[in-house]
Ligand binder design. Structure first.
Ligand SMILES: *[C@@H]1O[C@H](CO)[C@@H](O)[C@H](O)[C@H]1NC(C)=O
Ligand SMILES: *[C@@H]1O[C@H](CO)[C@@H](O)[C@H](O)[C@H]1NC(C)=O
Ligand SMILES: *[C@@H]1O[C@H](CO)[C@@H](O)[C@H](O)[C@H]1NC(C)=O
Ligand SMILES: *[C@@H]1O[C@H](CO)[C@@H](O)[C@H](O)[C@H]1NC(C)=O
Ligand SMILES: *[C@@H]1O[C@H](CO)[C@@H](O)[C@H](O)[C@H]1NC(C)=O
Ligand SMILES: *[C@@H]1O[C@H](CO)[C@@H](O)[C@H](O)[C@H]1NC(C)=O
Ligand SMILES: *[C@@H]1O[C@H](CO)[C@@H](O)[C@H](O)[C@H]1NC(C)=O
Ligand SMILES: *[C@@H]1O[C@H](CO)[C@@H](O)[C@H](O)[C@H]1NC(C)=O
Ligand SMILES: *[C@@H]1O[C@H](CO)[C@@H](O)[C@H](O)[C@H]1NC(C)=O
Ligand SMILES: *[C@@H]1O[C@H](CO)[C@@H](O)[C@H](O)[C@H]1NC(C)=O
Ligand SMILES: *[C@@H]1O[C@H](CO)[C@@H](O)[C@H](O)[C@H]1NC(C)=O
Ligand SMILES: *[C@@H]1O[C@H](CO)[C@@H](O)[C@H](O)[C@H]1NC(C)=O
Length: 838
């Protein structure tokens, strides 16, 4: 019978659609389940648990997991049992009450757990209820990965604060979210159906996240409405069984904009009383609210500076309000003036954090945590660690990481982020000449603070994949794992995630590992390298290339690129002095070009394009080469993924393949745009003569056009030859034709075109009177990145038809049917001989 059920479950599993909603909690049957089932206990005891308690959840989860993995349904009871063959899960208190003391007990810290599994007996003891649930998830993760050997160990968190931030707006949209609308809000209010919120809390609990800030840091005062406070209570109720506490972002001006006071001065007793009252109202409904997150005096947000009060005055006002309830105030260090003047060589946004916060060290209440982005600017593809981590010795700090890939491909490019985070977390800032790794500062250990930890901007949406991309989920998984234990290796974390998400096939494991581990270096290579920042469009969507957008505005993400030189001079000697914000050993390293690592050269130094790197290459040649190398690696991801056909279920296989093909095409847009831009600016040729030289291309503007006309694209570098074609009207078709002058043969025919939001143009490609393909400009439905209404580096994309027979003299014909504002724009057609990508 048991065997029959296993077989049945296995069969079900194989046909079941894998839409991504189960993420890494699939509990798929493991190979050799027959063997392992023999050593699995026959009963689960969730000690003294009552419904809605995390220990109860642990019991249910163990039951669910074991049913999935072994096809066996175990009973769960709340009473201690003397049966030998049990899984007992409980808190330290209930466990010792039932079974007596055990040696490891005294080493358990808050949220920590003890897991001891030997044969039929499994003991999971949490320091608290949450810890017990974490221990249960840990045991299941081991079983699901086929680890059945005996274990006995204690695991404690690196830091007490392990939160996510969700930038959800009350109208249901999500700032920098790429997976559909909000799971928390709709039409101004908390959603009625909270099922998916509970599912999300479960996912977070499994990676030991203990808090969520559910609304955008650019906060809407209406989150405080009576109806929304009721809604917060409903959300907190469904997250509580998972040990995940709810918190909210606040708008600093709420007393005025919502409360009708005539001030929001943090030192005005009326304002103080107003916040205390609001806070009391919320805690009456959500007694275990985690606390508040505040973005003040940043990017147009209100804050204490309006009243000549300090940021600490502002933070402490909230701290007083939540203090009676044990609440925490996360206060963002992302404060800067976005109207600085580039003509001032010494102006530097990267200095803002220290300018605003250094003098406030020690002035924040003990329940305030200053939440610091990992680098001094804004989640760029590479930044040095923020010097603020080493400057605050008497203030709690947390590191803010971004899981949502705002500047890093918006979930349409594979970028496994753990290696980036690790570089920052392991970076030793040498405060006071002593070891001061970022991970040990935010854990609260280095400066011996009461609080510290992690805030990860996730922005999950209603899409079944959670983040819009199956592969992007490794980032959420890794975030939780690193927040618990930052000493873990990124590749080991990744491989746990792969086994849990895709199963045990060795080729699947090796392939996804290889792709993921190359993905950040590849993205850095074809976007912005040498520390110049991502080079995306900082004034628009943060997705595609637009290097010029960095400069000549007040945002301070400058590159200071001119005809001869590039980079920010952040030296003390002649620049903005930013290098001097670091403790002396680090400051000296960054002050000197010789000791600055190449990958941060242009972050700290302004140099000629002909400056030699440690590799021996010039800066400009490195740009050219790295953009070619990175985009070439992105092409290999497609082939690597294709090699997994049949080893991954079709639904996920197709979904991922679509994105990898997109990335491969868009990486070429990146490569050519950045290389063209600096080639044009510097007029320094590429040693390998690739840049500006594309022998396999037929430029659309060189074709015979009927109903189409040439169009100068802006930014210019995002079109091959700076020009594309668009239909002459927004209703009638355009036709572009040309005689093929390439030698007869078999080619991959690639069409580069622009897919704008606001229309779904249709295209038809013919060669020699044969239809090669037809497609629709509907990526806005299929990809989920921030769309563009222009022909630019965000909308530029490629479609490829493989193995097309072409004869010299054949006519190639593209017909474009415009739709809405989308004038069926085309950039060029490439005829690529086998093995060539251009
Ligand atoms: C069970 O385990 C034994 C020894 O570990 C092994 O020889 C055998 O092949 C396993 N059987 C199954 C069905 O996996
Ligand atoms: C599980 O519980 C059911 C219903 O209470 C009971 O009939 C069954 O015998 C139990 N199974 C085991 C193995 O204890
Ligand atoms: C757990 O439940 C048992 C039986 O109901 C009770 O005797 C014991 O005191 C409880 N333990 C705790 C710590 O509440
Ligand atoms: C609530 O949402 C879940 C999925 O998120 C869905 O399965 C369920 O049917 C919804 N319930 C209602 C009452 O709409
Ligand atoms: C406290 O807030 C509630 C709800 O917004 C409001 O009804 C009440 O008047 C406030 N009390 C004070 C003293 O401001
Ligand atoms: C803040 O201080 C500045 C300079 O001291 C002064 O001009 C300004 O009026 C003050 N603003 C307020 C709101 O007090
Ligand atoms: C920047 O400063 C320069 C020199 O002082 C001045 O000419 C220019 O108008 C300023 N630009 C802006 C945008 O304020
Ligand atoms: C999720 O997004 C994909 C596009 O990436 C889309 O095809 C799919 O329909 C979406 N699914 C849900 C449930 O929103
Ligand atoms: C020093 O700074 C000036 C601007 O103040 C800049 O023009 C010059 O290039 C810098 N010199 C060096 C050696 O970097
Ligand atoms: C990135 O570029 C560097 C420098 O050119 C090169 O050594 C490295 O192999 C490239 N890596 C990837 C993944 O593109
Ligand atoms: C293609 O070649 C034919 C004959 O050589 C010529 O008449 C025709 O105009 C050419 N068409 C295009 C689009 O260049
Ligand atoms: C295709 O059709 C066009 C127009 O009907 C003709 O001029 C052309 O020669 C045909 N053949 C090829 C191989 O392009």
């Amino acid at each position: 019978m048991r065997l029959f059920i296993s077989a049945l479950l296995l069969a079900l599993r194989l046909v079941a659609a894998e839409d991504g909603s189960a993420a890494w909690l699939r509990y798929a049957p493991v190979p050799h389940a027959a063997n392992t089932s023999r050593i699995t206990p026959s009963e689960i005891v969730a000690l003294n648990s009552t419904k809605s308690s995390p220990v109860y959840t642990a019991g249910q989860e163990l039951q669910r997991g074991i049913a999935g993995i072994f096809g066996r349904k175990l009973n769960v009871s709340a009473q201690a049992s003397s049966a030998l063959s049990t899984i007992v899960v409980g808190t330290l208190e209930t466990f010792t009450d039932a079974y007596g003391d055990f040696d490891e007990a005294e080493d358990l810290e808050e949220d920590g757990f003890f897991l001891c599994a030997t044969g039929d007996k499994v003991v999971i003891v949490g320091q608290n209820e949450r810890g017990a649930l974490y221990g249960a998830f840990e045991y299941l993760s081991r079983l699901a990965q086929g680890h059945i050997s005996s274990v006995s160990f204690i695991s404690n968190p690196s830091a007490p604060i392990r939160w996510t931030n969700e930038w959800d707006n009350l109208d249901g949209s999500i700032e920098r979210g790429f997976a559909g609308p909000s799971i928390f809000f709709r039409n101004g209010f908390v959603v009625d159906n909270v099922t998916r919120v509970a599912e999300y809390a479960r996912l977070l609990a499994s990676i030991r996240i203990n808090g969520i800030i559910i609304n955008n840091v650019n906060a809407d005062v209406q989150v405080l409405s009576a109806r929304n406070i009721e809604g917060l209570a409903r959300l907190a109720d469904v997250m509580r069984p998972y040990g995940v506490q709810l918190g909210i972002s606040l708008n600093f001006a709420s007393p005025e904009d919502f409360g009708k006071l005539n001030s929001y001065d943090p030192l005005d007793p009326k304002v103080d009383a107003w916040w205390a009252n609001v806070t009391n109202q919320i805690y009456a409904k959500v007694p275990d609210m985690a606390g508040y997150l505040v973005k003040a005096n940043s990017e147009g947000q209100a804050g204490p500076l309006t009243y000549n009060r300090t940021l600490a005055d502002g933070a402490n006002m909230f701290a007083r309000a939540v203090e009676p309830y044990g609440g925490v105030v996360m206060f963002r260090a992302f404060v800067y003036d976005n109207h600085i003047n580039e003509t001032d060589w010494k102006a530097d946004r990267a200095n803002a954090q220290l300018e605003f916060f250094q003098n406030l060290d020690g002035k924040f209440n003990d329940n305030v945590v200053v939440q610091i982005k990992y680098g001094p600017i804004d989640f760029q593809v590479r930044e040095p660690a923020s010097p603020l981590f080493s400057a605050l010795h008497h203030t709690n700090t947390a590191i803010e990481l971004q899981i949502t890939q705002e500047y890093l491909g918006q979930q349409c490019h594979l970028v496994y982020l753990a290696p980036l985070w690790k570089e920052i977390l392991e970076f030793d800032l040498r405060a006071d000449g002593r070891p001061s790794k970022v991970k040990d500062i935010v854990s609260s250990e280095r400066f011996n603070r009461p609080l510290g930890g992690y805030a990860g901007v996730v922005n999950v949406g209603t899409n079944s994949t959670w983040l819009g991309s199956h592969l992007a989920m490794s980032n959420l998984y890794a975030y939780g794992r690193l927040a618990w234990d930052p000493s873990l290796e990124s590749e080991a974390i990744l491989q746990d995630w792969i086994r849990l998400t895709f199963g045990f096939d060795q080729k699947v494991l090796n392939t996804i590992t290889d792709m993921s581990m190359k993905s950040w270096p590849a993205y850095e290579n074809y976007s912005g390298n040498l520390g110049i920042q991502t080079l995306t469009d900082i004034t628009y969507t943060h997705f595609g290339p637009n290097p010029a957008s960095q400069d000549n505005n007040g945002w301070g993400q400058w590159t200071r690129a001119d005809k001869f030189s590039i980079g920010m001079d952040r030296t003390v000697n002649n620049g903005t002095g930013n290098a001097g914000n670091y403790p002396p050993e680090i400051a000296n390293m960054y002050e000197n070009i010789e000791t600055t690592p190449d990958n941060l050269l242009l972050w700290f130094h302004h140099v000629p394009y002909t400056q030699r790197l440690k590799s021996g290459k010039t800066v400009i040649q490195h740009f050219y080469d790295a953009h070619y190398e990175g985009s070439a690696v992105a092409q290999t991801f497609v082939k690597q993924w294709e090699s997994l056909k049949g080893k991954v279920d079709m639904e996920r296989y197709e979904h991922v393949l679509f994105r990898q093909v997109f990335q491969a095409g868009h990486s070429l847009v990146w490569r050519d745009s950045i290389n063209e831009f600096y080639h044009n600016l510097s007029e320094i040729p590429d040693d390998l003569r690739r840049v500006g030289n594309h022998p396999y291309r037929l430029e659309a503007e060189d074709m015979r056009l009927v109903g189409y006309k040439p169009y100068s694209v802006s930014p210019f570098e995002t079109a091959s030859g700076y020009t594309a074609i668009v239909t002459t009207s927004n209703s009638s078709v355009g036709v572009a034709t040309a005689n093929i002058t390439f030698a007869s043969g078999t080619y991959d025919v690639a069409v580069n075109y622009y897919d704008l939001i606001g229309g779904k143009a249709q295209y038809h490609l013919e060669i020699g009177n044969r239809t090669i393909g037809a497609w629709t400009g509907d990526l806005e439905d299929k990809l989920g990145h921030t769309p563009s209404i222009y022909l630019d580096g965000h909308s530029a994309t490629r479609i490829t038809f493989k193995g097309v027979e072409v004869r010299r003299g054949n006519m190639v014909k593209i017909t474009g049917q415009p739709n809405g504002i989308e004038p069926a724009p085309i950039d060029y057609i490439s005829f690529l001989p086998p093995g060539i990508v251009d």
